[in-house]
Write a protein that binds this ligand. Structure first.
Ligand code: NZQ
Ligand code: ZN
Length: 396
């Protein structure tokens, strides 16, 4: 296990009927609030009205930024930062999924950055400057953005989707009420669960030895998703299923399973290019890529970890490690398929290979997958993995 710091200070307020605590949490920072939300789901399910009522009763001044896109755009970040400066905002309140929270993080830092925010904030990737305090109300179990310091911003003009972050962007507090996810539709519920699963897998399939704690926690969280996703799909208002998915989302990417390991993530680097070029849903792209990536990197060195994954996560008993590994990959593929993931790229609207080389170049250029991944990936490898996603697959 490598050395690490673990200092994640987000004040988590988990559970139902906790929203009355919101004013007290916000008042620590001030009364001028930028309320950030997406395309209207919070208006349809009543959360917007409850938040506005609470803030109004609290005597807060509310400035709104609505319409944050899934795969949030740099233009929206810029607009938010301008609002913060113009209204001398004290605190940002993000109400939504990962996109709203990520956009709010970029606004929190971008308020203090001069000039073009794509050039001077996102392209820099790490931001250590000042930031407005951020409080979140999570409405979708997926990204873990509610308890980490990263964000992902898209620039459709340049076909780039890049992660950025810094410790000052970590949310000060996050309200995690599972009932706020009851209205998430089946597609987004599955996509969110695939994202949680991928965060766990990206940390799990890593070359650092001696990480029993991280791997055991990851296996437990993967099993949590496997158990609770089908329940949430069948019964969207099942509180415990939603609660377990929500807490799994947070723990999958708050440093718990990634600290102490070295090396970069592969599927996220490849997925960000799919989203940058075709604006697809992040979790769906990951679900499609992951089994093909696994099959691509299965070799004599990696097979023990794959066999462990098959046994511990899927309960597969097979004395032959390679057979066990392949059955584990198949089990993951089937799980996604059974829970509604369109498991090919054409099924999510990418029916041509024309951009694969350019996407592979960018995936390698924007990350360190060619040097520090579990199994390093060249541009050629990335193209082969994209190509394997063009039709249905079997692995055993
Ligand atoms: O925009 P609204 O109307 O709110 O609708 C959203 C959106 O259409 C809807 N939704 C959210 N909560 C809902 C709801 N619909 C009904 N009821 C609710 N309670 O769901 C749709 C998707 O929302 P979005 O926020 O885009 O989803 P998600 O949370 O999966 O976030 C995806 C973004 O996060 C980035 C992804 O790349 C992508 O841009 N990621 C952020 C990470 C991080 N900050 O740590 C890590 C991840 O790996 C990921 O890259
Ligand atoms: Zn992700």
């Amino acid at each position: 296990m490598e050395n690490f710091n673990f200092h994640v200070t987000t004040d988590i307020r988990f559970g139902k009927d906790r929203l009355s605590e919101l004013p007290e949490v916000l008042n620590v920072f001030g009364k001028k609030v930028l309320l950030v939300y997406g395309g209207g789901s919070i208006k349809r399910n009543g959360l917007y009205d409850r938040v506005v009522q609470l803030l109004t009763d609290n005597g807060s001044t509310i400035v709104e930024l609505s319409g944050v896109e899934p795969n949030p755009r740099i233009e929206t970040v810029t607009k938010g930062a301008q609002l913060c400066r113009a209204h001398q905002i004290d605190v940002i309140l993000a109400v939504g999924g990962g996109s709203v929270i990520d956009c709010s993080k970029a606004i929190a830092g971008g308020t203090f950055v001069e000039g073009d925010l794509w050039e001077n904030l996102v392209l820099k990737r790490r931001y250590n400057g000042p930031a407005l305090p951020l409080v979140t109300i999570l409405t979708l179990a997926a990204t873990g953005s509610e308890m980490n310091s990263g964000g992902v911003i898209s620039n459709m003009a340049t076909q780039q989707k890049l992660g950025m972050g810094g410790k000052n962007l970590l949310p000060k507090a996050s309200f995690l009420d599972p009932t706020n996810t009851f209205t998430v539709n089946a597609y987004q519920t599955t996509a969110g669960s695939a994202d949680i699963f991928s965060h766990l897998m990206e940390n799990y399939f890593n070359a650092t030895p001696g990480t029993d704690v991280q791997d055991g926690v990851a296996e437990g969280l993967m099993k949590t998703v496997i158990k609770n996703l089908p329940i949430a799909l069948k019964d969207p208002e099942n509180y415990d299923a939603r609660a377990n998915l929500m807490w799994a989302s947070t723990l999958a990417l708050n440093g718990l399973t990634g600290s102490g390991k070295q090396g970069t993530w592969s599927c996220h680097a490849m997925e960000h290019e799919l989203s940058a070029f075709y604006d697809i849903t992040h979790g769906m792209g990951l679900a499609i890529l992951t089994p093909r990536w696994m099959a691509h990197i299965l070799n004599d060195v990696t097979v023990p970890k794959f066999a462990r994954f098959a046994k511990e996560v899927w309960g597969i008993q097979d004395e032959n490690p390679e057979q066990a590994a392949k059955k584990g990959i198949q089990a993951l593929y089937d799980f996604f398929l059974e829970n509604g993931v369109p498991m090919t790229l054409p099924a999510v609207g990418i029916d041509t290979e024309k951009d694969f080389e350019k996407m592979a170049q960018q995936a390698v250029a924007h990350s360190t997958i060619a040097t520090s991944a579990f199994v390093p990936l060249s541009e050629k490898d990335v193209v082969a993995i994209y190509q394997a996603c063009m039709s249905e697959s079997t692995f055993v």
